[in-house]
Ligand binder design. Structure first.
Ligand code: CS2
Length: 492
């Protein structure tokens, strides 16, 4: 029990047991006490807890397995381990919207390690023979890629990992963990990136090899061969909208459970996972929990990134500029709803190869319906963060494909122009500050300042940030002109 008089006791295995079954919540689908760790997850934020951790628990229950518990690694701050460890790893998933399921208490996370606090422990965890799958949600910037998409060896953290310290970057953690596995004959393992990147598995495999290439032959010797034989890097498409948790969410869970849960995550009812069926060893029966194993993940991935994520960004930047706090409020603005629809219909759809069994018009309607969920309160500024990392993945592929087909993608240009205006203005229509939360924030501020007051100069200056636009896009006069046109209107 808590020391505080009147405070609710903390969510834990024993306090949960005392609630009994039959309450207004769904207890863990498998007995957490019996669960052994079989998965290491790098980057255990809210998204993982609302997505893969739920699929994994339901799959273990459906298959009657007790060996797919999760050891989560937090990368930069100890806050998730501070939230979950005193709760025996338990947390609740609170769905918001129509047709929500009852509050679910999830028990698949069995331990949480603070990576920066104990780097050698991360390597040990990955090297455990009981672990057969390593999953990742470390966000776009966690991959530390340079403008060409290769491992950024000029990044001081990457350089320090290459020099041999106990690793702190994601790729360093993976390579050192795999090295230890190969030395300890720990057996094959699958590394599954669950981030919003094009060809996420392929990207990660490339970065692991970049890291190996930079190591001295004596150190890397044989490891590349072992990885080729014993490790797989499938790609996958993940989808569930998971806004940041608020105090109100925690209060709602406290009221429902009568317990204090500091690890609450909020999510929409929808969840989807399409996974390339290429595993090195055993895998959880995620298909029994609604995931799809396929040989063609690329088509699903580009539909999701180009339709959903691109439109999300469009609504985030345009919405934030207009003073809309949430994605749902942005979509309730008729002009923005029209722009969202036009982006998907006019620019994105013609670039897609539609996977078998998918109706693109239905998909589009479903995306807009999910965005319009008012109960989620997904903040525009949350989606707006890390634009330098997100734009190339979700928008610029569409832009390049349209340009190659001889068409100026005016709708996609609007999304890029909205981002440029967001960066340059820094304030919304009501005069409130707009946060520029981005690993390139300093560079972007300098670039935007150089273009102050003149749309043409602003567009040119931001287009020259090569990590985002590469060398080709600034050279395209038609695309540039479309951007200038939009920026002029947005800044007016
Ligand atoms: C969003 C995504 O924050 C963002 O950039 O577009 O996190 C989005 O909510 C998820 O990809 C949905 O699956």
């Amino acid at each position: 029990m808590s020391d505080e008089v009147g405070a609710a006791p903390r969510l834990r295995l024993d306090t949960l047991d005392r609630l009994g079954r039959g309450g207004a919540f769904t207890p863990p689908a498998v007995d957490p006490r019996a669960l052994r760790v079989g998965i290491v997850h790098l980057g255990i934020g809210a998204f993982h807890r609302a997505h893969q951790a739920v699929f994994t628990e339901l799959a273990a229950a459906a298959a009657g397995r007790d060996d797919w518990g999760i050891a989560g690694i937090t990368q930069r701050s100890a806050s998730v381990s501070d939230q979950l460890m005193p709760q025996d790893g338990l947390y609740s998933v609170l769905e918001r919207g129509r047709d929500v399921a009852p509050l679910r208490v999830v028990g698949s996370v069995r331990e949480v390690l603070f990576g920066a606090g104990d780097p050698p422990a991360v390597v040990d965890r990955i090297a455990d023979p009981a672990v057969r799958v390593v999953t990742l949600t470390v966000t776009e910037k966690g991959y530390r890629r340079d403008g060409a998409g290769r491992l950024d060896r000029s990044d001081p953290e990457v350089a320090a990992d290459l020099a041999g310290r106990a690793p702190r970057t994601v790729v360093g953690q993976l390579v050192r963990g795999l090295q230890r596995r190969s030395a300890g004959a720990a057996g094959p393992v699958t590394v599954l990136s669950c981030d919003n990147l094009v060809g996420n598995g392929e990207v990660l495999r490339g970065l692991v090899h970049d890291f190996l290439d930079a190591l001295a032959e004596a150190e890397a010797g044989g490891l590349a061969d072992w990885i080729a034989a014993s490790v797989r890097f499938p790609s996958c498409m993940v989808d569930r909208i998971v806004p940041a948790t608020t105090d109100e969410d925690r209060a709602d869970v406290r009221a429902a459970l009568g317990l204090e849960d500091r690890g609450v995550v909020v999510a929409e009812p929808f969840r989807q996972w399409v996974i390339e069926d290429d595993f090195a060893a055993d895998r959880p029966a995620w298909n029994l929990a609604g995931a799809v194993f396929t040989d063609d993940v690329a088509a699903w991935e580009s539909v999701k990134l180009r339709m959903l994520n691109a439109t999300h960004s469009l609504l985030a930047y345009l919405g934030a500029l207009r003073g809309h706090d949430t994605i749902a409020a942005a979509l309730a603005d008729d002009e923005l709803a029209t722009a969202a629809e036009a982006l998907m219909v006019e620019d994105v759809a013609p670039t897609l190869r539609v996977p078998d069994g998918l109706d693109l018009a239905d998909y589009r309607r479903q995306v807009l319906q999910r965005f319009s969920n008012p109960a989620l309160r997904h903040r525009t500024v949350q989606v707006a963060m890390d634009g330098s990392q997100k734009l190339p993945v979700r928008l610029l592929g569409t832009v390049r494909d349209r340009l190659a087909a001889g068409t100026i993608p005016r709708q996609a240009a609007l999304a890029v122009a909205a981002w440029m205006t967001y960066v340059a203005k820094g304030r919304d229509a009501r005069g409130r500050e707009l946060p520029l939360d981005d690993p390139l924030a300093d560079r972007l501020r300098v670039a935007a300042a150089a273009g102050t007051g003149d749309p043409k100069r602003l567009v040119d200056s931001l287009l020259r940030v090569e990590e985002i636009f590469d060398a080709d896009l600034p050279e395209h006069d038609g695309f540039r002109a479309a951007l200038v046109d939009h920026v002029a209107r947005l800044t007016a």
